[in-house]
Ligand binder design. Structure first.
Ligand code: 1PR
Length: 529
C-alpha cells in the first residue's frame, strides 16, 4: 500500500495510474498523522512553489513531513516536492520551504535558453542509488522554470545532476528519502522502472546501480516530437479523431474519421511520441464541463499513456444553462484532475490579449493569469491559429511583417500573420507577434504555433512564421502544421530553433511513423529521445 499526499494541486491522476499499473494500491493522506504512519509516501508536486507550501501549511502537513524526513522513513518527492526541501524559492519570495537543505531555488537564466525547460533531458548519477537499478541512461521528462543549484551545503544530498543553461540538481537522496525534479510518471517506461524500484524497494535488499559518474555533466534537452489528435463529434455523435486541410475537416458532408482518440493516443505512446496533444476543435462553441466524453477520453488515456498529455479546446469561462458560472480556471482544473498535464488556450487567449492591449495593463483576471498562478506557467500552452495576410509593403500595416520567399497572389513580397478565433472561422485585428509576446507577459509557458496556410498540406512547416515567433519570446515554441515527411522535421529544427515539432495527418494516415521521424532527426545530429 502506497500513500499519496494529494493536497489538491494539478495532475495527480497520472501518478495514481502509474502506481496502480505497477500493481500497488494507493491510499490518500487524510490528516497529518497519516504522513507519519505511511509505510511509503509519495509527495507529488504540481503548481507554483508558494501555492504548494501554502496548501501544506493550511493542512498542517509541514511539521509531519519534516519529522518523517528526520526519521528517514521512505519517501519519494516529485518536481516541486524536490524544491520544497530547500529554504525557499525565487518563485515565491518570502514563502518558507521545508528547510531541510540549505539554499534557495532559483530561476533558469541564460542567453537563448527557453524557459520553462520542457521536455526530455538526461541525468548524470553522482552516487549509487537503489532506485536506479536497471536504469540505462534513458532521458526523463522535465517541466520547470526554477531549479536547485549546486552548492557545497547541499552536496551530501545530491543524487543526480542535469545540464540546462548550466548544471542543476535533478535528484536528491539521503538514506530512504529521495526526490526527483523530473516526472517518473511521465517518463515512459524508463520512468515507470524507476518508480517501480521505489515501490518495491526493501531496505534489506538494495542492489546498487553501476552508472555513477564523476564527469562534468553534459546532458542535452531533446527536441520533442508531438502527435496531435484533433477531436470532435461526428454526425453520429461519436467522438472521433479528425483532420482536414487548412482547418476544413469535412469531406463531402461527413466529418473525416481517422480513428478513436484513446486507441490512437496509445498507439503513438507505444511508437515513441514525446507528448500527446488533444484539441477539442469545436470546444469554442460547447460547454466544456458538460462534455463528459472528452473528460473520459482524457481519464482513459492517462491509464495507458505515461508521457505528457495536453488538452485544448473550450478553455474559457462560461455560464451554464442552470445559471452557474464557471471560470476558465474551473474548466482547466477539471482537465488537470482528469489527467491533463497542460491545457492549451486558443480563442480565449486572443480575446484576453485584446483586452490586455486595450487596457495597457494586466487585470489579474485573465484565464492565462489565473491558470498560470495556480498551476504554474509550464501548464499553460497558447494554441495560435494564424493565417498569412499579404501586403505590398510593411508601411501599409501597423502589424509586424516578414519579407517572404513565397510571394502573395498579386506578387506581394510581405505578409503579416493574422490571429484567428473559433477554429480559424474569424480573423481578428491582432498579429502573431502581438499575441505571443502578450501571452508570455500574462504567464503562458509555451506556444503551440499552427499555421492555417500550411495545415494539412504536407508542404512543410512555415519556417518564416516560426522564426519570427521564436525570436519574439523566450518560452518554448512548438512548430505545427504542414509536416509531410521526416525531412521537414530536420528542416524546422535546424532552421528555426523550434523546441518541438507537432504533426497530425502523416501519423494518422501511417505515411511516416514517429520512429522513422526520430531516426531521421537523430541521423542529422539533432538530439531526440
Ligand atoms: O479556440 O480554445 O476552443 O481551441 C480550439 C483548438 O482547436 C485550437 O487549438 C485550434 O488550433 C484547434 N482547431 C480548431 N479547429 C480546427 C480545425 O482543424 N478545424 N485544429 C483546429 C487545428 C491544428 C493542429 C494540427 C496541426 C498539424 N489543427 O491540431 O493537428 O496543424 O496538422 P498536420 O500535421 O496534419 O498539418 P479554443
Amino acid at each position: 500500500m502506497i500513500t499519496l499526499l494529494d493536497y489538491g494541486a494539478g495532475n495527480v491522476r497520472s501518478i495514481r495510474n502509474a502506481i496502480r499499473k505497477l500493481g500497488y494500491e494507493v491510499q490518500d493522506v487524510k490528516d497529518p498523522e497519516d504522513i507519519l504512519k505511511a509505510e511509503k509516501l509519495i509527495f507529488p508536486g504540481v503548481g507554483s512553489f508558494g501555492l504548494v507550501m501554502d496548501r501544506l501549511a493550511r493542512d498542517g502537513f509541514v511539521a509531519p513531513l519534516q519529522e518523517r524526513i528526520r526519521q528517514n522513513r521512505p519517501m519519494l518527492g516529485i518536481c516541486i516536492a524536490l524544491q520544497a526541501f530547500f529554504e525557499g524559492s525565487e518563485e515565491s519570495p518570502g514563502v518558507p520551504g521545508l528547510g531541510i537543505i540549505p539554499g534557495m531555488v532559483k530561476r533558469f537564466t541564460g542567453p537563448g535558453l527557453s524557459v520553462p525547460q520542457i521536455g526530455w533531458n538526461g541525468i548524470v548519477l553522482r552516487k549509487e542509488s537503489p532506485l536506479f537499478t536497471k536504469y540505462d541512461g534513458e532521458k526523463l521528462y522535465f517541466v520547470h522554470s526554477y531549479r536547485a543549484v549546486l552548492e557545497e551545503s547541499s552536496r551530501e544530498w545530491i543524487l543526480a545532476t542535469t545540464a540546462y543553461g548550466g548544471e542543476f540538481v535533478s535528484a536528491i537522496e539521503k538514506g530512504n528519502i529521495t526526490a526527483f525534479q523530473f516526472h517518473p510518471e511521465k517518463s515512459g517506461k524508463a520512468g515507470l522502472n524507476i518508480l517501480n524500484n521505489f515501490l518495491g524497494q526493501r531496505q534489506e535488499a538494495i542492489h546498487m546501480t553501476s552508472h555513477v559518474s564523476q564527469d562534468i555533466c553534459s546532458t542535452q534537452l531533446a527536441k520533442r516530437i508531438i502527435a496531435c489528435l484533433d477531436v470532435r463529434s461526428n454526425d453520429a455523435g461519436d467522438l472521433v479523431v479528425t483532420k482536414g486541410d487548412q482547418y476544413d475537416v469535412r469531406e463531402e458532408g461527413e466529418v473525416r474519421n481517422l480513428g478513436m482518440p484513446v486507441d490512437l493516443a496509445r498507439r503513438y505512446y507505444e511508437e515513441g511520441a514525446d507528448e500527446i496533444t488533444f484539441l477539442n476543435i469545436t470546444g469554442f462553441r460547447d460547454f466544456p464541463l458538460q462534455d463528459q466524453p472528452m473528460l473520459e477520453v482524457l481519464q482513459r488515456t492517462s491509464e495507458y499513456v505515461f508521457v505528457p498529455l495536453t488538452i485544448g479546446g473550450g478553455i474559457k469561462s462560461f455560464t451554464a444553462t442552470d445559471g452557474r458560472h464557471y471560470s476558465a480556471l474551473d474548466v482547466a482544473t477539471e482537465y488537470f484532475r482528469s489527467g491533463a498535464d497542460k491545457i492549451s488556450i486558443g480563442s480565449d487567449a486572443v480575446y484576453e490579449v485584446e483586452k490586455f492591449l486595450a487596457a495597457g495593463r494586466k487585470s489579474g483576471e485573465s484565464s492565462i493569469e489565473q491558470i498560470s498562478i495556480v498551476y504554474g506557467a509550464q501548464a499553460v500552452v497558447i494554441s495560435v491559429d494564424p493565417r498569412r495576410v499579404y501586403v505590398m509593403s510593411p508601411d501599409v500595416t501597423p502589424h509586424t511583417t516578414v519579407l517572404t520567399t513565397l510571394p502573395g497572389p498579386n506578387g506581394e513580397r510581405y505578409c503579416w500573420y493574422q490571429c484567428t478565433v473559433k477554429g480559424g472561422r474569424e480573423g481578428r485585428d491582432i498579429d502573431v507577434v502581438q499575441l505571443v509576446t502578450a501571452c508570455e507577459q500574462l504567464g503562458a509557458g509555451e506556444i503551440l504555433l499552427n499555421c492555417i496556410d500550411r495545415d494539412g498540406t504536407k508542404s512543410g512547416f512555415d519556417l518564416e512564421l516560426i522564426r519570427m515567433v521564436k525570436s519574439a519570446v523566450s518560452i518554448p515554441v512548438i512548430a505545427s502544421s504542414g509536416a509531410g515527411n521526416a525531412e521537414h522535421f530536420i528542416e524546422v529544427f535546424t532552421e528555426t530553433g523550434a523546441d518541438a515539432a507537432l504533426a497530425a495527418g502523416i501519423f494518422h494516415r501511417r505515411e511516416v511513423s514517429i520512429a522513422e521521424v526520430k531516426q531521421a532527426v537523430a541521423a542529422a545530429d539533432i538530439e531526440v529521445r
